[in-house]
Design a protein around this ligand. Structure first.
Ligand code: CP3
Length: 350
């Protein structure tokens, strides 16, 4: 089996830095757009054969070192009675704004609500047959609450931040329910065969450190502890969070996913003995010419310098308009990088 991704998550030595890309299945791929003309997004997520097909599409083009099951962070919220549509982002039928609404949410077991996710994970494991490990995922409670309270994706997510300061106990009550739901959800995916899991905190960066600790980190700590006995690596991705990285280590995840704003070399210097890191090429860098993409990819690998515990990735999800040639340039820069080349280049410069 190709296990360099799992080895890097555990900070073990690897033959080369593993690479996968957040949102690697999706609209930048013509074959995904073709698939989406035939089926709507929710049907795609809820039909195991089709979800596996979408998951495998990027792997047929690129030699990525991990696959992430095709789904969405919002789908398991059906377990709490939340109804939504996608266009393309999630839109809640009824935003959650009151204490009474939070109290009325009763939690159903994930195995009943999203059985298709477990089926898709097992099917994917069989199809891949060890070619790459499978990553399961969930949204972090704070990020999920941002969508639930706002009702849709919105710059700044003012509604959840207002609730945080005006009615912190209500938000904490909602976060509690989401924490239990997501622990159950990750356990279901791991039982079905997921070999690592990622917790996406896409909106944690909206918070200053004290609020991050209480409303984002605390729930994630409980989720990490709640799946620890299952023995798979956990990745915690904190978007827009250079000011939160030192606190985020306390989640006790195996890997911290860095957004593109963090200087990865300096972050390794400071915290590399405590956690592995994933990232962090700016997703907009993929709009540069291929040679520039390769140079920027190499710069990140140089900054890490081959230290164990690095999973190469973007600093946020790949964007729909991204050229395929840029992904190819990133892949070959990762494949051809060696510390020895670095030394040779330095010698040449001298
Ligand atoms: O390869 C993969 O990573 C695919 C699986 C995946 C999707 N969403 C599919 C999807 C994953 C891991 C996600 C996570 C997700 N979903 C996050 C966290 C990551 C991040 O980008 O911060 C968030 C915040 C969401 C919520 C969400 N779902 C948004 C904001 C959108 C719309 C805009 C967008 O980025 O595409 C979705 C819909 C969605 N989820 C699509 C896909 C492929 C597009 C739907 C379509 O095909 O029309």
């Amino acid at each position: 089996m190709n296990d360099r991704f799992l080895r890097a998550c555990r900070r073990q030595p690897v033959d080369r830095t593993p690479l996968w890309i957040m949102r690697q299945a999706g609209r930048y791929l013509p074959e995904y757009r073709e698939l989406r003309q035939r089926v709507d997004f929710l049907t795609l997520c809820k039909t195991p054969d089709l979800a596996v097909e979408a998951t495998l599409q990027p792997l047929r083009r690129f030699p990525f070192d991990a696959s992430i099951i095709f789904s969405d962070i919002m789908l398991p919220l059906e377990a709490l009675g939340c109804r939504m549509t996608f266009n393309p982002g999630p839109k809640l039928a009824e935003p959650v704004r009151t204490r009474a609404q939070v109290e009325a949410m009763t939690l159903r077991p994930m195995a009943e609500v999203v059985p298709y996710v477990g089926e898709a994970v097992s099917l994917l494991r069989r199809e891949l047959d060890g070619k790459t490990p499978v990553i399961g995922f969930c949204g972090a409670p704070f990020t999920l609450s941002a969508y639930l309270v706002q009702g849709e994706g919105k710059e700044g997510f003012g509604k959840v931040k207002a609730m945080l300061f005006r009615e912190p106990a209500t938000l904490e009550h909602l976060l509690d329910k989401l924490t239990m739901a997501m622990t159950d959800y990750l356990r279901l995916q791991i039982a079905a065969g997921a070999q690592a899991v990622q917790i996406f905190d896409s909106w944690a960066g909206l918070l200053a450190e004290p609020e991050f600790r209480r409303f984002a980190l605390e729930p994630v700590k409980r989720i990490v502890a709640g799946v620890r006995d299952l023995g798979v690596p956990v990745i915690y991705f904190v978007n827009a969070g250079p000011h939160l990285v030192d606190a985020a280590v306390e989640a006790e995840s195996d890997v911290l996913g860095l957004c593109w704003r963090s200087p990865i070399g300096a972050t390794f210097d400071r915290l590399g003995s405590r956690v592995a890191f994933q990232g962090n090429l700016d997703c907009h860098a993929l709009f540069a010419e291929p040679a520039e993409v390769a140079a920027r990819t190499t710069a990140i690998l140089d900054a890490v310098g081959g230290r164990p515990g690095h999973v190469m990735n973007l600093g946020h999800g790949i964007l729909p308009e991204t050229p395929i040639a840029s992904v190819e340039a990133m892949v070959s820069a990762v494949q051809s990088w060696t510390p020895r080349e670095l030394a040779a280049a330095a010698e040449e410069r001298a």
